[in-house]
Design a protein around this ligand. Structure first.
Ligand SMILES: *Cc1c(COP(=O)(O)O)cnc(C)c1O
Length: 524
C-alpha cells in the first residue's frame, strides 16, 4: 500500500488539495507557501535562513478592511441604524508597525494601561492617530493611568473615552476641567458563562452602573458608552450572541435613563484563524445576528440603535506574522512515542500561550516535503534546556509532519498576537534564547518595502542582564549560529526581492551588503 504523504493527510483532514488558500492568510502555489498571498516564505527561508520571523503588515490592513466590509453587509442585511466602529486592542501587539497599520486602515484605538495611553498620546501628537478616532481606555486604572488620560484630554483629544472599571475612577476623573466622554464596563458580561474566571475582576455591577450614571448626570461629563466583553477567541457564534443578549437589554434599560448613551461596545472575543487549520467562523453572519438582536431589543425598549464598537485584538494581528523554524536534528522518542523534531528556537519563548492558555495551539505548516510520507512528531525547542519547551503540550496529540526531519523548515503561524508581548519583545529570554532575525514587510504607496532586523546578539542580551560585554573577544562564537541556506549569512543583510506577477516573491540574483540593512521588495 502507498504510504500516506503529508499532502494526503492535509487533504483528508482539512479538505485542502495542496493548491490555493490553506487558510484566510496563507496560500500555497506551485508548492510554495505565500503569506497573505504575496510573500513567498520558501524564498525568504532560502534567502535568510531560519529562524526568521516574517512580519507582513498588509495582512493587518486586510483583516480590518474585511471586517469593515462584513459589517457593512451585516448592517444592510439587518437594516441596522447604528454605525459599526472597528477598534484595535493594542495590547495584542504594540509594535509600531502593527499599531500604525491598523490606524491607517481606519481603526479606532483601545488602551489597556497607562503606557498604552502614552503611546496613543504620542501618535495623536504626530497625527498618526487622527483626532476623529475614539480612544477607549479599559482596565483597572492606577493613578498614572488616570493621569495619562487627563493629560491626553488636556492636549485636545476630545474622543477619548475612559471606561470606568471602578467607581473610584470616576471620582478621580470628575474634576477634569475639560468635558469627558465616559463609558461603563458591565461586570456581569464576562462572568455570565462562567468560563472566564479572571473576568470577575473587571467592571461594575448593575447598581454601580446606576450610581455612576447618576453621579455623571450632575457634571460637565457625559456617559456615552456601555462596554460588555464576554471573553477572547470565542469561536461559537451562537454562544457569543446568547451571552451578549442580556448586555444589550441592560444597555437599553440604561439608555432610557441616560439619553447621552450612544455606543454599545462588545469588546474583544472575535476569533482568529491562526490557531487551527479546521477553523471556521461566519463573521458576517455573527455581526448580522448581533445587529438584529440590538435592533429588536432597542425597538422593544423604544430607544435608538447605538453605534456598535468591537475591540479587535487577536483578530487584527494574530495572522500577520509567521515564525520560520528549522529542524536541526531528530531524536528518537521513547518506545511507542513519536520522535522529537529539535528546532532551532524556543517554543516556550515564541508561543508562550501554548503553555499559558489551556488548549491553545498554533497553525504549523511545513514549507516543503508535502509529497513525503507523513509521520507523527513533537517539537522541542533546542535553545532552552527546559522540559516544558515542547509543542504540542504532552497531553495533546502530536503534530503530523513530513518525515523529512533534519533541514525541514516549519512555518509557525498565528504568533502575531500576544506572544511577543507576553514573552517581552527585545528582552533577555529563557536560556538566553536570542530573538530571531526579523523581516518586516509593509506597503508604502502601493509598493511592498521590507526591512531586515538581525538576530538579537549576545552582547545585547548580556547588557540587558547587567554584564559588561565590552571585554568579549570579537572572535568568540557568541550567538548560536543561524542556519545559512546560502553560503554566508552576513552579506545577506540586503537581498533585493521583487514581487513578480502573481505575487510570487523572487530574490534577485546579486547580493550586496549595505549599511542600512534594508531589503527592498518592489511592487509590480
Ligand atoms: C484584551 C482586550 C481586548 C482584545 O481581545 P481579543 O480577544 O484579543 O480581541 C478587547 N477589549 C478589552 C477590554 C480587552 O481587555
Amino acid at each position: 500500500m502507498k504510504q500516506q504523504t503529508y499532502a494526503d493527510y492535509i487533504r483528508d483532514h482539512y479538505g485542502f488539495d495542496g493548491e490555493g488558500e490553506v487558510t484566510d492568510f496563507m496560500t500555497r502555489r506551485d508548492g510554495q507557501l505565500l503569506l497573505g498571498g504575496r510573500v513567498n516564505l520558501t524564498e525568504l527561508a532560502r534567502a535568510h535562513g531560519a529562524p526568521l520571523e516574517v512580519v507582513y503588515t498588509p495582512q493587518i490592513t486586510t483583516q480590518v478592511r474585511r471586517m469593515q466590509r462584513w459589517a457593512e453587509q451585516a448592517r444592510a442585511q439587518s437594516a441596522y441604524g447604528g454605525r459599526f466602529l472597528y477598534a484595535y486592542a493594542t495590547k495584542a501587539n504594540f509594535a509600531a508597525e502593527a499599531v500604525q497599520t491598523a490606524l491607517q486602515a481606519g481603526a479606532h484605538y483601545e488602551t489597556s494601561a497607562a503606557a498604552d495611553v502614552i503611546v496613543a498620546h504620542t501618535l495623536f501628537r504626530q497625527g498618526v492617530l487622527p483626532a476623529d478616532r475614539l480612544i477607549c481606555c479599559n482596565g483597572s486604572k492606577e493613578p498614572n493611568y488616570l493621569e495619562a488620560i487627563r493629560a491626553l484630554r488636556a492636549d485636545g483629544c476630545e474622543r477619548l473615552i475612559p471606561v470606568l472599571d471602578d467607581l473610584a475612577e470616576l471620582e478621580a476623573l470628575v474634576d477634569t476641567p475639560q468635558p469627558l466622554l465616559l463609558g461603563v464596563r458591565e461586570r456581569a458580561a464576562g462572568n455570565r458563562d462562567g468560563t472566564h474566571p479572571g473576568n470577575d475582576r473587571f467592571g461594575l455591577t448593575g447598581a454601580e452602573i446606576e450610581a455612576a450614571a447618576a453621579r455623571i448626570a450632575g457634571t460637565r461629563h457625559q456617559l456615552v458608552l456601555y462596554h460588555a466583553m464576554i471573553g477572547s477567541q470565542v469561536e461559537d457564534a451562537a454562544h457569543f450572541l446568547a451571552t451578549l443578549r442580556d448586555s444589550v437589554a441592560a444597555y437599553c434599560r440604561l439608555r432610557r435613563k441616560v439619553p447621552t448613551l450612544r455606543y454599545f461596545n462588545f469588546g474583544g472575543g472575535m476569533p482568529t484563524s491562526g490557531y487551527s487549520l479546521g477553523f471556521a467562523f461566519d463573521y458576517q453572519g455573527f455581526l448580522a445576528q448581533l445587529m438584529a438582536t440590538i435592533r429588536d431589543t432597542c425597538a422593544a425598549y423604544d430607544v435608538p440603535e447605538p453605534d456598535l464598537i468591537g475591540e479587535f485584538g487577536r483578530y487584527t494581528v494574530a495572522t500577520h506574522s509567521v515564525l520560520l523554524l528549522e529542524v536541526g536534528a531528530t531524536k528518537q522518542g521513547q518506545p511507542g512515542q513519536p520522535d522529537w523534531y529539535l528546532v532551532n528556537g524556543s517554543m516556550m519563548v515564541s508561543t508562550p500561550d501554548a503553555i499559558l492558555v489551556d488548549g491553545q495551539e498554533f497553525v504549523i505548516l511545513p514549507l516543503e516535503g508535502w509529497d513525503r510520507p507523513v509521520r507523527p512528531a513533537r517539537l522541542a525547542g533546542r535553545r532552552t534546556c527546559d522540559s516544558d519547551d515542547v509543542y504540542p503540550r504532552p497531553h495533546r496529540a502530536p503534530l503530523q509532519l513530513p518525515e523529512l526531519g533534519e533541514g525541514l523548515v516549519l512555518a509557525v503561524c498565528g504568533v502575531g498576537a500576544y506572544q511577543q508581548m507576553i514573552s517581552g519583545r527585545g528582552g533577555a529570554h529563557h536560556c538566553l534564547s536570542p530573538e530571531p532575525a526579523r523581516v518586516i514587510i509593509s506597503e508604502r504607496d502601493g509598493r511592498l518595502v521590507s526591512r531586515y532586523v538581525p538576530q538579537q546578539d549576545q552582547a545585547t542580551i548580556m547588557r540587558l542582564l547587567g554584564y559588561q560585554p565590552t571585554s568579549m573577544p570579537a572572535d568568540w562564537p557568541v550567538a548560536p549560529a543561524r542556519t545559512p541556506v546560502a553560503p554566508a549569512p552576513r552579506p545577506l543583510r540586503v537581498a533585493p526581492v521583487t514581487v513578480g506577477a502573481g505575487g510570487i516573491v523572487r530574490r534577485r540574483t546579486h547580493r550586496r551588503p549595505a549599511r542600512t540593512g534594508r531589503v527592498a521588495l518592489a511592487g509590480d
